[in-house]
Write a protein that binds this ligand. Structure first.
Ligand code: GAF
Length: 409
């Protein structure tokens, strides 16, 4: 069965280096790469101080980069058409349109923290499916973060605390420069994941646990289904979900929904809210949003408990319940995601759910390793029957974090 291939590090490095040579007629100082991710469970919990459980993909974004003597930042990408240039001092919120905001925004955020950076030029190439809910944006930010960290000698990429500073800079780039008010899970996955593990993130206190994750040892596989339904987090829907949660937490008198311990009592206290952008949200809707977040945090605990007890085939029920909650209570699914999930289950998946922000993007299905082809085929057939674009497929195993992938020449 055809799957969307992940480049080897050598292949990705060579592609980025070739793009750099073609654009700038010189060799880069080095090539760095950062992974996309899928979230196993714990969706729309990160900005609520909750738990989530992402794994890094083998699919990575590669950045070939060199410092320059001026303060100009010049970027080119194999996935985009134009070469983009702007002086470092002109990069910031409201001043960069499109993809360079994610890349150069990281330098702005690091400079805001007092780090000294100069200009640079960089060429990007990536095998992370774009706009598929697999965190191509965090991969781009994180690849730039480790690249500029090394060429400007910041020393942040070398240890855990330094990487937390890089994560914070990537989040600021995404929130403030690119204008997507996302919650931080994706950048943590890109910069802190370890091979063969899932990353249990507690977004209340920033603590994390690397949970051993080796599906192949159990004869299983995690099938990722890119529905090809367009996915965008910079539109209003994601921000409205987040603002609704924040308004509900304020109404309940807690810093985040993570602090809700008695769900029925909390639901009874909730009323209509008006969001900062003027959108009115009815009490029933607010209650459903809160119910999703609180129950989803519980499902992460359940999933992790089963995983660590070696009862991995049993996590399917939590995946199914997560999808239902995202579809019905949080209302971030779509027809393509629902059909992908239902077709995968009907073809024998132990569980399936949408992953990432939703409104399009990708689903994941836990399947027996010898059923990957038949489950994929069932999903493909279900899409074809509806006249939809053919979905893409890839396998996720739990890969490592952003790093340098070559030494330049
Ligand atoms: C997107 C966001 F970027 C994350 O921060 C997270 O909120 C996720 O949607 C939903 O769990 O990937």
């Amino acid at each position: 069965m055809n799957q969307i291939p992940a480049w080897t590090a050598a292949e990705g490095a060579e592609r980025a280096r070739t793009a750099y040579r073609a654009a700038f007629g010189a060799e880069p100082a080095g090539v760095w790469a950062a992974p996309g991710r899928v979230n196993l469970i714990g969706e729309h919990t990160d900005y609520n101080g909750g738990l989530c459980l992402p794994i890094a993909l083998a699919h990575r974004t590669y950045v070939a980069l060199s410092p320059v003597a001026t303060s100009d930042v010049t970027l080119t990408s194999q996935q985009e058409s134009d070469v983009w240039t702007q002086p470092l001092a002109d990069i910031g919120p409201g001043r960069v349109d499109g993809w360079p905001g994610y890349a150069a925004g990281v330098s702005w955020a690091l400079a805001q923290d007092g780090h000294e950076l100069g200009g640079y030029r960089a060429a990007v190439d990536s095998c992370v499916p774009y706009g598929a809910g697999l965190s191509s944006s965090a991969a781009l930010e994180s690849a730039f973060a480790v690249a500029v960290d090394e060429v400007f000698g910041l020393g942040l990429g070398a240890d855990h605390e330094g990487r937390r500073t890089l994560i914070a800079a990537c989040i600021r780039a995404e929130n403030e420069v690119a204008g997507a008010n996302t919650g931080g899970m994706d950048q943590s996955a890109a910069l802190l994941s370890r091979d063969g593990t899932a990353l249990l993130l507690d977004m209340r206190d920033g603590s994390l646990t690397h949970i051993p994750f080796d599906l192949a040892a159990d004869g299983l596989a995690l099938l990722v289904i890119d529905t090809r339904a367009p996915h965008q987090l910079v539109d209003g829907q994601y921000g409205q979900r987040r603002a609704t949660c924040e308004a509900a937490a304020a109404r309940l008198g807690v810093p985040t929904l993570r602090e809700v311990t008695n769900l029925p009592a909390a639901l009874a206290q909730l009323e209509d809210v008006v969001l900062p952008d003027g959108t009115a949200v009815a009490a029933d809707v607010v209650r459903r949003r809160v119910r999703h977040v609180v129950t989803e945090i519980g499902r992460v605990e359940e999933f992790v408990g089963l995983l660590t007890a070696g009862r991995v085939r049993e996590v399917g029920a939590a995946m199914d319940a997560s999808h239902a909650s995202l579809r019905d209570d949080y209302e971030v699914s779509c027809a393509e995601l629902d059909v992908a999930v239902e077709a995968a289950r009907a073809a024998g998946a132990h569980g399936a759910r949408m992953t990432g922000g939703g409104f399009g993007g990708s689903a994941i299905a836990l399947v027996e390793a010898d059923q990957v082809a038949s489950v994929s085929e069932a999903v493909r057939t279900a899409f074809a029957e509806r006249g939809w674009t053919e979905p893409g497929f890839l396998a996720a195993t739990g890969d490592g974090a952003a790093s340098r992938v070559d030494e330049g020449e």
